[in-house]
Design a protein around this ligand. Structure first.
Ligand SMILES: [Zn+2]
Length: 119
C-alpha cells in the first residue's frame, strides 16, 4: 500500500550570483548545453581551473571555471529549452533547480565553512 503524501515543494535556496561555476555545478549537477538542453552531470574531475565533465548521456568535455562563461550565465538565468531525454534527469532535481535563485547580495557562495560568504 502506498502512503499518500502531499507533494512537497522544494525549499527555496539562494546562491550568490558570483558563485564559482565549479562549486555550483558540483552542487546542482546540471549542465546547459549550447543547444539549450539541460544535461545531468555524472562526474566532474577538477584540475585547477579546468574540469572534465561527463554527463549521464556519456558526453565528455572540458570546461573552464569561469563565472562569466556562457554556461554559467545560462545556469543562473535558467535558460534552457528542454531536458536531455537520455540523461533522465529526475523530476526532483529539476524542481530543486527551479527553486534555486541567484542573488547579488544574498545567498551562499558555496565556500567552505572556514571561508566567509561576506564580500
Ligand atoms: Zn544528456
Amino acid at each position: 500500500m502506498a502512503e499518500k503524501k502531499p507533494a512537497k515543494k522544494p525549499q527555496k535556496r539562494y546562491y550568490r550570483k558570483r558563485v564559482e561555476l565549479f562549486l555550483l555545478i558540483d552542487k546542482i549537477k546540471l549542465w546547459p548545453s549550447r543547444k539549450g538542453l539541460l544535461h545531468g552531470i555524472k562526474t566532474i574531475n577538477m584540475t585547477g581551473d579546468k574540469a572534465q565533465i561527463t554527463t549521464h548521456c556519456n558526453k565528455t568535455f572540458m570546461i573552464t571555471n569561469s563565472r562569466n562563461s556562457r554556461a554559467a550565465r545560462w545556469l543562473r538565468n535558467k535558460w534552457f529549452k528542454g531536458v536531455c531525454g537520455a540523461c533522465r534527469v529526475p523530476e526532483w532535481k529539476l524542481a530543486k533547480y527551479s527553486a534555486t535563485y541567484f542573488k547579488r547580495q544574498y545567498g551562499s557562495a558555496l565556500l567552505k565553512e572556514n571561508e566567509t560568504d561576506v564580500r
